[in-house]
Design a binder for this molecule. Structure first.
Ligand SMILES: [Zn+2]
Length: 276
């Protein structure tokens, strides 16, 4: 089917009071595995190209790949640029066929974040593309610390930018390799009380499946970004195939054999936060 926008996918999650998976793609095999997982479950997903993937592979190539998968799929798939920090990066994504962009102005003072995000929203909406923004700062394990999202900042950001989705910082942290119970439910509820925009949690890998499910069902989290957990599934599958076939040297043979494990890991993520 036609590639969906983030807005379309999140609107249907909002109606069903559940969440969708924003799955971080690094190359062809994981993109294919995640698409197959979506089709297997019959549920929509968001394929996401982050800064690392865009440094490794030209965004025009990623756009073609994502659009090809979305157009072949029997379920709605949005093609999303994750963590763009400039208008130009967003425009390059839009020109390359992406149906959604995240403009991350979270390192800027609030008024500059709002101004940048508003520019992106104007350009993206003209092109029929959705926009995710971020207020507060979602930190990185082993890197820069988080700054929680102030509810009043979230309310002002929503009113001034008209973003389709808003990433918030409430104890979630990028790149966590272990599950923690760090989500501050009171902080999240305070944001929910003064906003209406669908909310996104980055750093979903650090949140247990049970907590993700609760946040999808009982709160307004409509997308979880999941990267690390899926890369761990890839790494484990890769080590296993190399251990079992120490003489293997063919790239296609080796990487193709990691697809089933990545598909299974993605399926678990998608179903857990989905409807039902
Ligand atoms: Zn992120």
């Amino acid at each position: 089917m036609t590639a969906a926008t983030l807005r379309q996918i999140i609107d249907s999650a909002e109606a069903g009071k559940h969440a969708v998976a924003g799955l971080v793609v690094l190359g062809w095999e994981d993109a294919l595995a995640f698409t197959e997982a979506a089709e297997e479950t019959g549920l929509p997903i968001v394929l996401q190209a982050g800064p690392g993937a865009r440094r490794h592979t030209p965004v025009a190539v990623l756009g073609k790949m994502f659009r090809h998968l979305a157009e072949q799929a029997r379920v709605p798939i949005a093609c999303h640029i994750d963590h763009a920090t400039t208008l130009d990066e967003c425009l390059a994504g839009i020109d390359s066929g992406f149906t959604s962009v995240m403009i991350d102005g979270s390192s800027l003072p609030l008024s500059q974040n709002i101004a940048l995000t508003r520019h992106v929203v104007e350009a993206a909406h003209r092109a029929g593309v959705s926009v995710e923004g971020e207020v507060g700062f979602v930190g990185y394990a082993g890197g820069r610390a988080s700054a929680f999202t102030a509810p009043s900042d979230a309310a002002r950001f929503e009113a001034d930018t008209a973003v389709d989705a808003l990433a918030v910082s409430v104890g979630n942290v990028h790149l966590q390799t272990e599950k923690t119970e760090g989500i501050d439910i009171a902080a999240l509820s305070a944001i929910e009380a003064v906003t209406r925009v669908p909310l996104v949690l980055h750093g979903g890998s650090g949140i247990s499946p049970a907590t993700r499910r609760l946040l999808a069902r009982q709160h307004r989290i409509r997308k979880f970004n999941i990267g690390t957990e899926l890369r761990q599934a890839f790494g484990a599958a890769l080590r296993q195939v190399l251990a079992e076939h120490p003489d293997s040297f063919d790239r296609i043979e080796i990487l193709r054999s990691t697809i089933p494990a990545q598909r299974a890991a993605a399926r678990d993520v998608i179903v857990n936060i989905g409807p039902g």
